[in-house]
Design a protein around this ligand. Structure first.
Ligand SMILES: [Zn+2]
Ligand SMILES: [Zn+2]
Length: 329
C-alpha cells in the first residue's frame, strides 16, 4: 500500500509501505478520509517528542472495514486505545487512562490506504454518511468534551452566558459550533489568519475578531476556550475571563510563560486542562455529525493523500484558509 510517512522534521513523503500487520482483536480499515491535526503539524515540525520518525501520522479518520469485526461497514475510528481495565477506564473516563495510546503516535496512523485498529475502537455509522464530514468526529469530540467540562462547572448554563474561543482551527470552530448547539448565543472567535477568519465568518456561527487589530474585551466572558495554548493566549484568556468564569485549556502550543495567578485567585477563575474525549463523547460526536446537528461542515479543504506533503508545507506557511485539511487516498 501507499502511505504518507513522516521521515524527519519538515519531511514527509508519500511512498510504498508494507501492508499493516494486525494485532489480535484488530480490524483492518480502508481509509476514505483523514484529517490533518494540529498535533500532526507539531510532529512534522519536530516539536513532539512522542512522535518519533519514521512514522505514519494521522488519527482523524473515517473508512470501511475490509477485514475483521464490522467487515463491510463504514466506520469512524476512535484513535485512542485504552487498557479497559484501570479504574478510570471502568469509570468511563477512558481519556485519563495512564496506559492510553494513540494511532499516529504509538502505533502507525491513518495517512495511508489502510491501517489496523482494535475493533472495539470502531464506531459504525448506521445509515452511512459523508466520510469527509465524519472524519471531523475526532476534533468534534475534543470540542464536545471541552464544552461539557465547562458546562459542568459554570455558575450559569452556557445558554445564558457568553464565550470566547481563541484559535480558528477545527477544534476552535467546532467549540463555537457546539456552544451554539448548547444554546449559547453570544460567541466570539479570535483568529490571526485573515483568510481563515473569513471562512469562519461565513458559517454564521459566531462573531469573529482578529486580535492583532481588534480589542478583546476584558473581564467579560463567562467561558474562554483556548484552542491554541501558548503563553500569549493563556494571558489573553485570563484577561478576558470574567470573575467566577472558566478557562478551558485545550491547545498544546507551548508550556512556558507566566500566568496572572493573582487575578485567577482574587476572581475565582477556574482553569481546566482537557485532553481528547471519553468513548461516549466520541460516539455522540459521530451521531451529531451524521444527524447534521453541527451544520453543513462545508468549510473543509479536501485534497488527495498523495499531495499530503504539499498540504503540510502550506500549513506551516500559514497559507491554508480552511480550518481543516482532509486527505483522501
Ligand atoms: Zn487530533
Ligand atoms: Zn485504562
Amino acid at each position: 500500500m501507499k502511505a504518507l510517512v513522516y521521515i524527519a522534521p519538515n519531511s514527509i513523503e508519500f511512498r510504498p509501505e508494507p501492508s499493516p500487520s494486525l494485532l489480535p482483536g484488530d480490524s483492518l480499515v480502508k481509509v476514505e478520509a483523514v484529517g490533518i491535526c494540529g498535533s500532526d503539524l507539531h510532529a512534522y515540525l519536530g516539536h513532539d517528542s512522542r512522535r518519533v520518525p519514521p512514522l505514519i501520522l494521522g488519527h482523524e479518520v473515517c473508512g470501511t472495514v475490509i477485514e475483521g469485526s464490522s467487515k463491510g461497514k463504514q466506520v469512524v475510528v476512535n484513535p485512542l486505545i485504552t487498557c479497559g481495565e484501570c479504574n478510570d477506564c471502568l469509570n468511563g473516563l477512558t481519556n485519563l487512562c495512564l496506559d492510553r495510546k494513540l494511532i499516529g503516535m504509538n502505533r502507525p496512523g491513518a495517512f495511508a490506504e489502510q491501517f489496523g485498529i482494535p475493533a472495539k475502537n470502531l464506531v459504525e455509522v448506521p445509515n452511512g454518511g459523508n466520510s469527509v464530514k465524519l472524519a471531523l468526529a475526532e476534533p468534534a469530540a475534543v470540542s464536545l468534551h471541552a464544552v461539557r467540562l465547562v458546562e459542568r462547572i459554570a455558575m450559569r448554563p452556557l445558554s445564558e452566558g457568553n464565550a470566547l474561543v481563541i484559535g480558528g482551527g477545527a477544534v476552535g470552530l467546532l467549540c463555537a459550533i457546539i456552544l451554539r448547539d448548547y444554546g449559547c448565543k453570544s460567541i466570539v472567535l479570535s483568529e490571526t489568519n485573515e483568510q481563515r477568519l473569513k471562512v469562519i465568518e461565513s458559517t454564521g456561527v459566531c462573531e469573529v475578531i482578529n486580535p492583532t487589530t481588534d480589542n478583546i474585551a476584558k473581564n467579560h466572558f463567562d467561558a474562554v476556550f483556548d484552542a491554541v495554548g501558548i503563553s500569549l493566549t493563556r494571558q489573553t484568556s485570563i484577561r478576558a475571563v470574567k470573575p467566577g468564569g472558566a478557562i478551558m485549556h485545550i491547545g498544546l502550543g507551548d508550556a512556558s510563560g507566566e500566568m496572572d495567578v493573582r487575578k485567577m485567585t482574587l476572581s475565582e477563575i477556574t482553569f481546566i486542562g482537557t485532553y481528547t474525549y471519553t468513548a461516549l463523547d466520541f460516539r455522540v460526536a459521530v451521531h451529531k455529525i451524521a444527524k447534521g446537528d453541527y451544520g453543513a461542515l462545508d468549510w473543509v479543504d479536501e485534497r488527495p493523500l498523495a499531495d499530503g506533503s504539499q498540504a503540510f508545507r502550506e500549513l506551516v506557511q500559514g497559507k491554508v484558509a480552511s480550518p481543516k485539511i482532509i486527505l483522501r487516498p
